[in-house]
Design a protein around this ligand. Structure first.
Ligand code: SAH
Length: 222
């Protein structure tokens, strides 16, 4: 069955403008990030019965026990990445694909990994339908990164990591930035690691956030 192209109505565009104003008031200043949030229709990533929730600044369940991140969190992580056009970006945790589309909208070349097969299958197909066919999706374990396509200018982890995986640091270019929520409990600390030209790393912390856990290995097939 063919998937129908969803509609972006004036009402949705209006709601998106209000959401972006709200996110600006919460302290996001990067115009490129705000622009991308205004462009990508977040309601495209919601089931049609829940469309009215798409423009609230809240996370929302997307099935398979996973969530689409809160828009403010997406904006916050994306701002920390300091995206430049043509940056090669690795995302861990494709989920709905919304964050990947925000990065693609900003001109990044996006590689994204998901460990749940059902979500992977659904989102991989859907990214073409919503107009982001250049995003490259992979079914695999984000703890291992994507050695075949490394190194990356930027790496973003959108699940709660109990520790910073070595593979992700190794696959970061000198001058690159890794953004990762770190913590094994309910609350994680948003952390950036910047790799210097001599490959030494600088770590900074940016406050508390809540994510679903980053789990080891691909999920068992049902
Ligand atoms: N970026 C997503 C939100 C993701 S929620 C969006 O914009 O919608 C976190 C996602 O990370 C979930 O889909 C979960 O299945 C996935 N995940 C958890 N551990 C992982 C791992 N080790 N490798 C890849 N994906 C993982």
């Amino acid at each position: 069955m063919a998937t129908i192209q969803p509609v972006d109505s004036y009402r949705h565009q209006g709601l998106r403008k209000l959401l972006v104003q709200n996110i600006r008031l919460k302290g996001i200043t990067d115009e490129q990030v705000l622009n991308a949030l205004e462009k990508v229709p977040r309601h495209f990533f919601f089931d049609s019965s829940f469309l009215e929730y798409a423009y609230e600044d809240k996370p929302f369940p997307i099935g398979a026990g996973q969530t689409i991140s809160q828009p403010y969190t997406v904006a916050f992580q994306t701002e920390l990445l300091q995206i430049r056009k043509n940056d090669k970006v690795l995302e861990i945790g494709t989920g709905s694909g919304y964050q990947a589309c925000i990065l693609a909208e900003m001109g990044a070349k996006v590689f994204t990994i998901e460990r749940q097969k059902t979500l992977f299958d659904k989102t991989s197909k859907y990214l073409h339908v919503v107009g982001y066919p250049t995003i490259k999706t992979f079914f695999g374990d984000g703890y291992k990164g994507l050695p075949t396509f490394a190194p990356f200018d930027k790496v973003i982890v959108t699940a709660a990591a109990p520790y910073i995986p070595d593979a992700l640091l190794e696959q970061l270019k000198p001058g690159g930035i890794l953004v990762i929520p770190v913590g094994a409990n309910d609350v994680q600390t948003m952390t950036t690691i910047t790799k210097n030209q001599d490959s030494s790393c600088v770590k900074k912390e940016h406050g508390a956030f809540r994510f679903v856990p980053m789990l080891e290995d691909k999920a068992k097939e049902i």
